[in-house]
Design a protein around this ligand. Sequence first.
Ligand SMILES: C[S@@+](CC[C@H](N)C(=O)[O-])C[C@H]1O[C@@H](n2cnc3c(N)ncnc32)[C@H](O)[C@@H]1O
Length: 390
Amino acid sequence: MANKNSNLGAAKSAKKDEFYTQLTDIEKELRHYKQHFRDKTVLCNCDDPFESNFFKYFVLNFNRLGLKKLIATCYTGSPIANRQLSIFDVLGVSEETEDKPYKAVVTTVYDKTGDGSVDMFDVAELFKTGENTLTELLGDGDFRSPECLALMDEADIVVTNPPFSLFREYIATLMEHEKKFIIIGHQNAITYKEIFPLLKNNKIWLGNGFQGNVGFFESPYEDIAVSSQHKEGFIRISGVMWFTNLDIKKRHEEMILVKRYDPIIYPKFDNYNAINVNSTSDIPRDYAGLMGVPITFLDKYNPDQFEVAGYTAKDMGVECLKFYQDLEQSLNGEPFVRNMKSARFSPMISVKERPAKTCYRASNAEGYLIKTYGRILIRNKHPEAPKEAN
Ligand SMILES: C[S@@+](CC[C@H](N)C(=O)[O-])C[C@H]1O[C@@H](n2cnc3c(N)ncnc32)[C@H](O)[C@@H]1O
């Protein structure tokens, strides 16, 4: 994979889009989708063929998955392109062409070198002999360029880790071209105005995911790789997830609900018509109304079990019932000071006693207000009957 290069950080540091997925993470996720790949054309459109582990995964599993074709394209701007087993080593072309973006098309994978196994050297040989093709792109390899969009139209399934800074546009392009996909993104994207409606309306969903939603990616960003948890040359990114629109088993697994509704434990928000549930595992099994849950709920979301009504933000499917006037904030018991910056749509719980932790008060609210994180509002489609009061 990518060697460190002193120019890398400077080249892309503003956007921080350069980090590369480990083969084991790709294998762990993609084993859940095996049934979708037979006779399909797969496109990896943010992937230097000789650097990306997505490309490597699909060539090495080409026959096992029964793929029809694999296409990979890379972007001129990618500072890692051609750093390892360069296509130029394979093709023997001049240095001036080194930074050109390429398109790799694979339709056959076999033990070309005759050494008894299939590996990347066979793939290199198959490019040399022309059984698979490696051609220069006309443009810079941007996924939005006409030639890359034509490849997207040819493909059945797009699989990659796209640049996070272009995630909205990337998903919009996939949706516009009606593509099936399995891609990596950040948890923050869940609440983007362009993405949340797709999740809410079951057009896209979360994949199986990274353990604890944390991933280690090879990256040139040495400045980030400072904590003891980091492996040399890797960055730790928390909140990484897989997004897909291919069906997976996990999406049909029912969450076992063990808690019962109790109005003290699950207070109603002051500004939304829903109760607050602090953790997905605490969702009561006998509450029929709207429940505000953390966004990580989507990791467990089964559309047969729950309906997603909206997110606590502007124009995200649910109505905010109250906008606070003369809002003041007290930080951990400090005196109240005016705070107009506090998000207008944040869910608030009203309490009578002043809490020691950070709280708010407003001229149109009773008591004190405790702000929660943004909540996804859901409804249980088959709630149990509430327990009879004695
Ligand atoms: C997060 S990295 C992932 C690379 C690779 N898919 C992997 O997972 O190892 C995103 C890649 O997209 C490339 N990229 C950035 N902008 C792009 C664009 N407009 N079109 C295509 N690729 C782009 C970056 O250069 C970078 O290599």
